[in-house]
Write a protein that binds this ligand. Structure first.
Ligand SMILES: NC(=O)c1ccc[n+]([C@@H]2O[C@H](COP(=O)([O-])OP(=O)(O)OC[C@H]3O[C@@H](n4cnc5c(N)ncnc54)[C@H](O)[C@@H]3O)[C@@H](O)[C@H]2O)c1
Length: 309
C-alpha cells in the first residue's frame, strides 16, 4: 500500500484520481483549498479510512510523509484562472516548488499535471512533445500557460540537479462528470445550455477544433505514467487525437440531449487557440496507453451527470 498525495484532489480530475487510487488499494491524502473544487466532489470518499482530506493552499509548504505526489492544484478554466492571474502563477510556480521540495525530502515520485496550453496557439499540427509552443507571454491566458511552462522547467531542474523522480503529463482537453457547471469550458457549457433549452454560445465561427478526452482515459494514462521507470520523465501528451470542430460538438450535444436550443455566435476571445490535437505516439510507446472511450460514449455519461445535478 502506497501513501499518495493528490494536490487539487477535490477538483474535477483530482476527485476521479483519488477514487481510482483508493480502488487500487492505496492510502490517499487529498489536499485542496476549495477554490474551484468542492467537498461535494469527494464527499463519498470521506468515510473511507484510507482517505484523508487536508484544507491547505499549495503556495505554502506542506510537511507530510508520502511515497507519490500528483500535483494537480491549479484552476484550469480561463474564467477561474483569470480571476486572479497573480494567484494562478503563484499556484503553478510555488505549488511546483513546494511539491518538488516535499518529493526531494521524502524521496517520493512527483507528477505534474501540465497542459496542452503550453503549446499556445500551435503552428505545428498535431502537437508532438518536441514542439516548443507559441505562447503570448503578455496575453490574458499567459498566467496559466506561462505558470505551467515554468512549473515544467522547475520539475526538470529538480530532476537534473537534485535527482528528484519526476513525471510531466501534458494533458489535453478532458471532460466528464464533476466538471464545474459554470466555468465556461466548452463541453460543460454546451451540455448545460442544451439541457436548459438556452441558446448554445459558440465563441468564433465554430470552425476551430479541439480534441476531447474522457476522464477515465486520462486517469488511466497518468497512473500508467507514474508507474514508468525512473529514467522516463516525460513530458508526454495525454489526450485523445480525435479532433472535432466546436460547431460539430454543439450539433452532437443538441442531438444527444434532444434539445431545441439554437446556436449563437460570439467573438472569439483573444489568443484562443484555433486548433488542438495531441500526437500520442510517445504515450503509445512508453505507457502502452491510448484512449478507448469514444466521444459519444463519454458525452452520454457526462450528459447523465449534468441531468442529475
Ligand atoms: N481539465 C482539463 O481539461 C485539463 C487540461 C490540462 C491540464 N489540466 C490540469 O489538471 C489539473 C486539474 O484540473 P481540473 O480540470 O480538475 O480543474 P479544477 O479546477 O476542477 O481542479 C483544480 C483543483 O485545484 C484546487 N486548487 C486551486 N488552487 C489551489 C491552491 N492554491 N492550493 C490548493 N488547491 C488549489 C481547486 O480548488 C480544485 O479543486 C490542473 O492543474 C489543470 O491545469 C486540466
Amino acid at each position: 500500500m502506497k501513501r499518495i498525495l493528490v494536490t487539487g484532489g477535490a477538483g474535477f480530475i483530482g476527485s476521479h484520481l483519488c477514487e481510482k487510487l483508493l480502488d487500487l488499494g492505496n492510502e490517499v491524502i487529498c489536499l485542496d483549498n476549495y477554490f474551484t473544487g468542492s467537498k461535494q466532489n469527494i464527499i463519498h470518499l470521506l468515510d473511507n479510512h484510507c482517505f484523508e482530506m487536508i484544507r491547505h493552499d499549495i503556495t505554502m509548504p506542506v510537511y507530510i510523509e508520502v511515497d507519490e505526489i500528483y500535483n494537480l492544484a491549479c484552476p484550469a478554466s480561463p474564467v477561474h484562472y483569470q480571476y486572479n492571474g497573480i494567484k494562478t502563477i503563484k499556484t503553478s510556480v510555488m505549488g511546483a516548488i513546494n511539491t518538488l521540495g516535499l518529493a526531494k525530502r521524502t524521496k517520493s515520485k512527483v507528477l505534474l499535471a501540465s497542459t496542452s496550453e503550453i503549446y499556445g496557439d500551435p503552428q505545428v499540427h498535431p502537437q508532438p512533445e518536441s514542439y516548443w509552443g507559441n505562447v503570448n507571454t503578455l496575453g490574458p491566458r499567459a498566467c496559466y500557460d506561462e505558470g505551467k511552462r515554468c512549473a515544467e522547467t522547475l520539475f526538470m531542474n529538480y530532476h537534473v540537479q537534485n535527482k528528484v523522480r519526476i513525471k510531466i503529463a501534458r494533458i489535453f482537453n478532458t471532460y466528464g462528470p464533476r466538471m464545474n457547471t459554470n466555468d465556461g469550458r466548452v463541453v460543460s457549457n454546451f451540455i448545460v445550455q442544451a439541457l436548459k433549452g438556452e441558446a448554445i454560445t459558440i465563441f468564433g465561427d465554430g470552425t476551430h477544433t479541439r480534441s476531447f478526452q474522457y476522464i477515465d482515459d486520462l486517469i488511466n494514462g497518468i497512473i500508467r505514467l507514474m508507474a514508468t521507470p525512473d529514467t522516463f520523465t516525460g513530458p508526454v501528451n495525454i489526450g485523445n487525437p480525435n479532433e472535432v470542430s466546436v460547431g460539430e460538438l454543439a450539433k452532437i450535444i443538441i442531438s444527444m440531449t434532444g434539445s431545441k436550443s439554437e446556436i449563437v455566435y460570439l467573438p472569439l476571445p483573444e489568443d484562443d487557440p484555433k486548433q488542438r490535437q495531441p500526437d500520442i505516439a510517445l504515450a503509445r510507446r512508453e505507457l502502452d496507453w491510448e484512449p478507448i472511450v469514444d466521444l459519444e460514449t463519454g458525452l452520454k455519461k457526462t450528459i447523465e451527470y449534468f441531468r442529475s445535478v
